[in-house]
Design a protein around this ligand. Structure first.
Ligand code: HAM
Length: 433
């Protein structure tokens, strides 16, 4: 019976694994150079952890199970609730600011589509305990630092930035009740994912005041902070909106000072689907706009408190590997050489009686830290050289007649094709000698 792989999952054969490692090694290197330290948590948590604050969309996409002890569990769809739980547990012992990163494997029972699967890897960076927009700027900078180091330019990607604080102030200014905001955010977040008239109809159903609906629709199309004043003329009298606008101005000044202003743009339509965001929100999108978001994040000042901890502010970002890989491939930034095998030596044994000598050389080279391969069968030279080529061997060591006659081995450089008879001892000269 043939068993297929599960819908929305991937098998990582060696070439795919090489790409996955290339991406996650890049994420890790950039996190470390930006001062983040690594953490991880369990692959499953109590189901109720995600029901507290992640929002309906994530709850609907949970893979959940009941364990043998009757505990209701869920495979993690994101790691932010785990981070909040872990920080709350050790809150007094952790040096501040807390700058943590992680690359967890996550599962969401989403409809599989281009860039969205049921199992994926997600780079997370989070800064906890800094109630200053400077931390938000650093999260955006670190995100762009990675994307830029991967070879993407401001012509390829845009960081679209907005503020839930600003949106909340404007919506309440338009007469929307505060307790309605949380149900409205996931609807507003759908703007880019739905046809315009479907989205407008959904909004008209959620908001009773149709005049407000028309202003909200126009608000979401704003790409310049100055245009808010034109649409909502008395915004200057709204203290909450003004303070959110001041914060946004400072954020853009900081991003300019950090040298990433070219990548950044204000965009009121960025709302984010998750329930816990309270301040700056952002997503990175491909410039063409035909892919889902490359990443998303923002400030979430109440999550730790909602999880029974202190009122500690936090800001962060999550980037999946799927859209990123599509984008890097489309831009020619994933080279074929990534998945090509490469070893320092391939040892060719030409005679069964010399196999113990060949194995001795292989094991000593490996102990010296040199990657070394050999053939399990003493087939002809041509066949073994083909195997060496397939391994991407830089040098081939041939143990044959010359060894039997005068204890010499043949060393062949696979790039230049040159070869010479040398003493076995010359192989074990360390790089520092
Ligand atoms: P999110 O918007 O749910 O946020 O996911 C962030 C990113 O994860 C997306 O932009 C996408 O790159 C990737 N992603 C999400 N779902 C899938 C999927 N089904 N398949 C492939 N990739 C996916 C969060 O998860 C927040 N916890 C991020 C965060 C961290 N906010 C603050 N700190």
């Amino acid at each position: 019976m043939k068993i297929p792989s599960v819908k929305g999952t991937r098998d990582f054969y060696p070439p795919q694994m090489a790409v996955r490692n290339f991406i996650s090694n890049g994420w890790k290197a950039v996190s470390l150079r930006n001062g983040f330290v690594e953490y991880d948590g369990p692959i499953f948590e109590y189901l109720r952890m995600y029901q507290i604050k992640s929002g309906d969309e994530i709850v609907e996409q949970l893979f959940h199970l009941t364990d043998r002890g009757g505990r209701e569990l869920a495979i993690r769809p994101e790691i932010t609730p785990t981070l909040a739980r872990m920080i709350n547990q050790r809150i007094n012992a952790l040096p501040r600011p807390i700058k943590w990163f992680s690359v967890p494997r996550l599962c969401r029972a989403e409809r599989p589509q281009k860039g969205r699967l049921r199992e994926f890897f997600q780079w997370n960076i989070d800064i906890v305990g800094v109630d200053d927009i400077l931390a938000d700027a650093e999260v955006i900078f670190c995100t762009l630092d990675y994307l830029r180091s991967a070879g993407l330019t401001a012509a390829d990607i845009t960081a679209k930035i907005s503020s839930r604080k600003l949106l909340a102030a404007l919506l309440m200014h338009l007469g929307i009740a505060e307790d309605q905001l949380e149900t409205l955010y996931p609807i507003l977040d759908k703007k880019a994912k739905l046809p315009a008239d479907t989205f407008a109809a959904m909004l008209a159903e959620a908001v009773a005041n149709q005049a407000a609906v028309q202003i909200i629709l126009k608000l979401l199309d704003i790409h310049s902070v100055g245009d808010i004043q034109t649409l909502v003329p008395d915004v200057a009298s709204n203290r909450q909106a003004q303070s959110a606008l001041d914060e946004l101005h400072r954020l853009f000044d900081l991003l300019k000072a950090m040298g990433v202003a070219d990548f950044c743009r204000f965009d009121m339509s960025i709302v984010r689907g998750l329930a816990y965001y309270t301040g700056m929100v952002f997503e990175v999108h491909d410039a063409v706009g035909d892919l889902r978001a490359v990443c998303g994040g923002g400030r979430y000042d109440n999550l730790l408190r909602d999880f029974g901890g202190p009122a500690l502010s936090a800001t962060g970002m999550g980037m999946g590997d799927c859209v990123l890989e599509i984008l890097l491939r489309e831009r020619g930034l994933l080279t074929e050489s990534l998945s090509q095998r490469c070893v320092d030596f391939f040892v060719v044994c030409m005679d069964e009686v010399l196999m113990p000598k060949a194995l001795d050389i292989v094991s000593r080279l490996r102990s010296c830290g040199k990657s070394t391969e050999f053939s399990y069968k003493t087939v002809g030279l041509g066949k073994q050289l083909k195997l060496a080529d397939a391994c991407g061997a830089r040098q081939v060591i041939i143990i044959g007649q010359e060894y039997l006659n005068e204890q010499k081995i043949i060393l062949k450089d696979m790039k230049t094709g040159t070869q010479s008879a040398v003493d076995e001892s010359s192989l074990f000269v360390s790089d520092s000698d």
